[in-house]
Design a protein around this ligand. Structure first.
Ligand code: ADP
Ligand code: MG
Length: 701
């Protein structure tokens, strides 16, 4: 008798064999006994509930009914025949239908004996029918010990076609429990199980597959969800602790002349409380002897740039260089311009490095970087090229970090013997639960307050048929001296068509707003950087009143006099993109407007997005809606993160459990960082197994 373990290949399981094993592997990723054990149902059917025929409704889910067969007939059809049985209870009659195996089934059916039938019903010509019911004589039904909640496992069409039905999977799992003796190692510590009132691992696994009742099922789900989220948090937090312990960081003890000089003489406004708080958090990191790895979240316009600049000045005060990386040339140039202006008179050497910087200037930058003359380098990913060598890079700040890949980000680490401190800034807020899961290994700061005096941006949804009145409104605003953005979607799949839309749009705008009274700029991705920059500058200087653009202006651009944002085909943009675009206006003292243009044809998600934009300008609220609409896997930056391949927990629905899991994981590691205590032995064992196969460790920010 072979000894089975969780690592045993699934092909050794009774009833599986090589063919089915191949299918289980390719269709469901089930390779071993353990994989099958952890293959959980995605729903359950309550088999404690019985229906009467008179209660049947169209489109009902699977149901069960008790009744008797009163008549059986074979009906000829085009190909072969079908078997039709009349099934009655005291409230009415319906039909049971078999299209396959009619002959064989006919002989097994008993007339006038009570049956329990189970399945989905159809409704046709006033009569209900149930094709291929699962059925059992009531006498047998009563004899069988069964679970009241019948599990339904995820499946694929191929599996069903190859005969691996839900019932077959259930049977496999039953054999699995028999072979394995239905006893499983505990993975959590006893005090934890007691404190959280969790059921044991063995009990949970049993009840997730064979729930005795709804109450035990709920307990099993809660236990397994907690466990799943707990081990993810344990890995993320442990990764953070290990990094802090192992990776020494430059210790920036000084807050000196440059920081203080800027703060007292050059800071054009007083910082908001949120900015001050975040700066304090950053300063604490920088003086902690460990490398900072912090995520700075803040809504559009919340003032992240000034925080970045002040952070860089601390590095300078301690004799180090600083770098600021942005995802586009426009944004990098803009950061450069505003930072250069902010620093004027302070004798700090700042330079811009992008793909379009000429060789001569590039050489100057390279040599000044290596000699240490250059204090702050701002640029695009040109900044992480191997040729770019710093004398002593103390901090790297990455703006709109989701646009950079993991590899690009980690390259920053290698710019020095000791990794520089890293501050990543997001353009769009991330819901807390998602941030906990995806960036759980980073420290997180949030600017949750906008600078004072900002007026709410008035947002409206207009149909294309209202275009004339929209143009009229634009004319009025331009007459008042305002500037206008008109943005077109550019989505790669249909680039040629989008480009045509943009050009058609541009032409119609020029027709409506003819020179010499009006000047119109255009910026799109196909233009040369120099041309883009030229057009941007014309708009920035106020020489043009309208900027027709694709989403290249999405990130970061800051032009306070631009107060109207028109978004064409707004239904094609995602929520976070719409929010970003709207954030381009409302930066000056004037009342600003955002007009979302769409056709009449809108999907229900599209409507939700537009309504959300009209209803709120709170980036965190918008992010929550976005998460609900699209699910965690589609939000920025999460694709590369292994933490979202959850088996049973749901980041949105189980946010309460997630918060508990994080709290407990922090507790565990604070008390016993190496998981050495005997109490934590189960955790340690499970942790080692999980982290061996985990992608979380490679996901360095
Ligand atoms: P974001 O967080 O979107 O990057 P920015 O850093 O571009 O925002 O700041 C948006 C605008 O708000 C800029 O014009 C900036 O000068 C201004 N700003 C930032 N902080 C303050 C403040 N504390 N008081 C007033 N204006 C501020
Ligand atoms: Mg910004």
């Amino acid at each position: 008798m072979p000894v089975y373990s969780l690592n045993t290949s699934i092909s050794y399981l009774k009833g599986v064999g090589p063919n089915r094993a191949d299918l289980l592997k390719s269709e469901l990723g089930i390779f071993t006994f353990g994989d099958l054990l952890n293959f959980f149902p995605n729903r359950y059917i309550d088999r404690t509930q019985f229906f009467k025929i008179s209660q049947l409704q169209q489109n009902s889910a699977e149901i069960q009914i008790v009744g008797k067969i009163t008549n059986i007939k074979t009906v000829k059809q085009k190909r072969g025949s079908r078997l039709v049985a009349t099934f009655r209870d005291e409230t009415g009659a319906m039909e049971l239908v078999w299209f396959r195996g009619a002959k064989w089934i006919k002989d097994t059916l008993k007339i006038n004996e009570p049956y329990v039938i189970f399945g989905k019903t159809n409704h046709f010509n006033g009569l209900f029918s149930m094709p291929h019911p699962e059925m059992e004589l009531v006498v047998d039904y009563k004899k069988n010990l069964r679970s009241a909640m019948q599990p339904v496992y995820p499946s694929t069409e191929k599996l069903v076609n190859k005969g691996i039905s839900n019932r077959v999977v259930s049977k496999m799992i039953q054999s699995l429990f028999e072979e394995l003796g239905a006893k499983f190692l505990e993975t959590l510590s006893t005090p934890m199980v007691e404190e959280l009132k969790l059921i044991s691992k063995t009990e949970a696994l049993f009840n997730i597959h064979f729930p005795k009742n709804q109450e035990l099922l709920t307990k099993a789900q809660r236990r397994l969800k907690f466990e799943e989220l707990y081990f993810i948090q344990l890995q993320l937090i442990r990764k953070k602790l290990v990094r802090k312990a192992k990776i020494k960081g430059f210790n920036f003890t000084e807050v000196g002349e440059k920081f203080n000089g800027f703060y007292t003489n050059n800071l054009p406004f007083s910082l908001t409380n949120a900015q001050k708080r975040v700066l304090k958090e950053i300063r604490k990191d920088l003086g902690s002897n460990a490398q900072m790895n912090r995520l700075l979240q803040g809504d559009v316009g919340s003032g992240k740039t000034i925080v970045a600049l002040l952070t860089m000045l601390i590095a300078l005060d301690n004799g180090f260089q600083a770098a600021l990386m942005a995802p586009t040339e426009i944004l990098a140039a803009q950061h450069f311009n505003s930072i250069e202006e902010l620093l004027s008179g302070l004798n700090i050497n700042v330079k811009l490095l992008t793909g379009s910087v000429k060789t001569k200037q590039r050489r100057i930058i390279h040599s000044e970087l290596e000699s240490g003359e250059l204090d702050i380098l701002i640029g695009t990913h040109a900044l992480i090229e191997d040729k770019v060598k710093f004398k002593n890079l103390g901090i790297a700040i990455i703006d709109e970090q989701h646009r950079f890949g993991v590899a690009q980000r980690s390259k920053m680490w290698q710019k020095n013997t000791l990794p520089p401190h890293i501050l990543v800034m997001t353009a769009t807020p991330i819901p807390r639960t998602l941030a906990m899961s995806v960036y759980g290994d980073l420290d997180i700061s949030v600017i949750d307050e906008l600078p004072p005096g900002r007026k709410e941006i008035k947002t409206a949804h207009r149909y294309d048929s209202n275009r004339l009145s929209v143009f009229k409104f634009l004319r009025e605003e331009i007459t008042k001296g305002r500037q206008v953005y008109i943005v077109y979607p550019l989505i790669n799949e249909s680039e040629a068509m989008d480009y045509k839309d943009l050009m058609d749009g541009y032409e119609s705008v020029v027709r409506e707003f003819p020179s010499p009274n009006y000047q119109v700029s255009i910026v799109h991705g196909k233009m040369k950087p120099a041309d883009k920059e030229y057009e941007m500058q014309r708009f920035i200087k106020g020489e043009t009143q309208i900027m027709v653009a694709t989403t290249v202006i999405e990130v970061g651009v800051n032009i306070p006099n631009a107060s109207v944002m028109v978004i064409e085909s707004a239904e094609r943009f995602g929520l976070s993109q719409l929010h970003q675009l709207r954030g381009r206006v409302g930066r000056g003292a004037e009342q600003s407007y955002c007009i979302l243009m769409t056709s009449f044809k809108l999907s229900s998600d599209g409507k939700t997005r537009l309504n959300t934009m009209v209803d709120t300008s709170d980036g965190f609220k918008i992010a929550e809606v976005d998460l609900k609409l699209r699910g965690p896997g589609n939000l920025m930056g999460t694709q590369q993160s292994g933490v979202l391949n959850l088996k049973i927990a749901d980041i949105i629905k189980d946010s309460g459990i997630l918060k508990t899991a994080r709290r407990i994981a922090i507790e565990t590691l604070t008390i016993d960082p190496a998981l050495n205590s005997s109490e934590n032995l189960p955790i340690r064992r499970a942790y080692q197994k999980i982290s061996k196969n985990s992608t979380i460790w490679s996901n360095i920010s």
